[in-house]
Design a protein around this ligand. Structure first.
Ligand SMILES: Cc1ncc(COP(=O)(O)O)c(C=O)c1O
Length: 447
């Protein structure tokens, strides 16, 4: 086997765990020229990790052979386990951890996760079915999201999961469904808070929202809900996602707790459920610093002791996380199928692209395009002594949007070599337009 030298240096912190990058090449795997390095120093020096790329202890090359085709997504089982353990260790013992299935709904990931977390958050009837296939009991599954169809609400009520109501109309439909089925529907009210979260990559609360019932309207909706005979459990607030700032996550949690305690006065009985959301972010670019989990955990412990438990002694308190649990455990591996020069730029054309990993192309909600960390995972064809070079890595789709690495410094890669794109464990395949241009779907493996 070729002893490949890979360097994925454009990444701060312990980004890859079992997904081990690199070696002693002198290239900077993913130096993003568009990132203001002067703020955080040279990202090339920030990650000293060296070694061949492995996922779950298996080299990328062997894995590609085992999978049988490229491109593919590989998720590292052990890394997911460790991340959940880290979160559990940081959070107070009486706070439950729910996994947001939308981040990565691959069935093998779900089954693995089912043994690690307390519950699942689902966002569609399809996710609900997958969640119910696991060992997680229905009463630990919550269903949030606007625009639930009556068919989906019927599935949810019949299964006995918690429906997180997003509107008065949804409430009325759940009531009809419950009457039709002769069941008492378990419901929580998703509240659109009266504050916004600073630092969140994506805001889902505050201001006008399609999500949840505006906080000021909650008392009247609670009255309707009580009259409808629904089994009201409590509140769900999800204010934002992809937040790397611990102070801002802490503030959101504080404000969420205060809001819930205020609204609890209008509830038909003591709250049995309080879902505080999550929004813990992961670093995607050299300038991103990992979230300070300990700070979030300490803040939550204090909140639980001083505010939550005195008022809500029996409530299940839940933190709901997606990308934080799986995002860094995944890698997208794609093969170089062409290498060409055009007016001074060297392009590596790979067999993958935005149809599988849209987020890495910068077209999944990013305001400013930044390169995802990437590396040459295995250089089967290249001369090991070759000098590094600056290249642009593009996918195989016939659109300039299909840009995976803009002017990155990599060890010289040839046709046949493997390119790994990191941080691919969340919002990868299922958040990408797989039908676009009719290429085959990639394989996903949990290793
Ligand atoms: C209600 C809800 N829960 C959980 C999540 C998961 O967010 P993340 O993957 O950033 O943790 C989202 C994301 O949009 C969401 O809308």
């Amino acid at each position: 086997m070729v002893n490949t030298k890979v360097r994925e240096t454009a990444f701060p912190g312990p980004a890859h765990g079992n997904i081990e990058g690199n070696a002693d090449g002198n290239a900077d795997g993913n130096a993003d020229k568009n990132v203001d390095r002067d703020v955080d120093g040279n990202p090339a020096d920030a990650n000293p990790a060296d070694g061949n790329l492995t996922v779950g202890g298996i080299s990328a090359r062997l894995l590609a052979a085992r999978v049988g085709s490229t491109p593919f997504f590989a998720y590292d089982r052990e890394r997911i386990t460790r991340r959940v353990a880290d979160v559990r260790a940081a959070l107070p013992r009486d706070v439950e951890l729910s996994y947001a299935v939308k981040a990565n709904p691959m069935p093998a990931v779900l089954h693995h996760m089912a043994a690690l977390v307390d519950g699942f958050d689902v966002a569609s009837g399809g996710e609900l079915r997958h969640a119910l296939d696991t060992q997680v009991p229905p009463e630990r599954v919550s269903f949030a999201g606007p625009g639930k169809t009556t068919a989906e609400l019927t599935q949810a009520v019949a299964a006995g999961v918690t429906v997180e109501l997003e509107s008065r109309n949804e409430l009325a439909r759940v009531r009809e469904v419950a009457e039709r089925l002769g069941l008492r529907a378990r419901v929580a009210l998703r509240v659109n808070p009266d504050f916004t979260v600073k630092g969140a990559g994506m805001r889902l609360g505050g201001g006008a929202q399609q999500f949840g019932v505006d906080a000021e309207r909650v008392p009247e909706v609670l009255a309707e809900l009580t009259a409808a005979g629904l089994d009201f459990l409590g509140f769900h607030v999800f204010a934002g996602s992809q937040n790397l700032r611990a102070d801002s996550v802490c503030e959101a949690q504080r404000r969420t707790v205060e809001l819930a305690l205020r609204l609890a006065d209008a509830a038909p009985g003591p709250l049995r459920y309080l879902n505080l959301g999550g929004g813990f972010g992961i670093p995607y670019a050299p300038r991103d610093r990992p979230l300070d989990l300990a700070e979030v955990g300490e803040n939550l412990a204090e909140l639980m002791a001083t505010r939550v438990r005195p008022r809500l002694p029996g409530a299940r308190v839940v933190i709901e996380l997606g990308r934080y649990l799986v995002g860094e455990a995944g890698v997208y591996v794609t093969r170089v199928i062409d290498r060409k020069e055009s007016r001074g730029t060297t392009f590596l054309v790979v067999d993958g692209g935005l149809h599988h990993q849209l987020a890495a192309s910068g077209n999944f909600g990013q305001v400013i395009r930044r390169n995802y960390p990437l590396a040459v995972a295995d250089r089967a064809a290249a001369d090991p002594g070759a000098a590094p070079e600056t290249v642009t890595v593009v996918g195989c789709l016939c659109t300039p949007l299909d840009l995976l690495g803009d002017r990155v410094d990599l060890p010289r890669a040839e046709i046949g070599d493997l390119i790994a794109i990191f941080q691919a464990g969340a919002y990868g395949l299922t958040a990408s337009p797989t039908a676009f241009l009719g290429h085959p779907a990639p394989v996903e493996v949990l290793v």
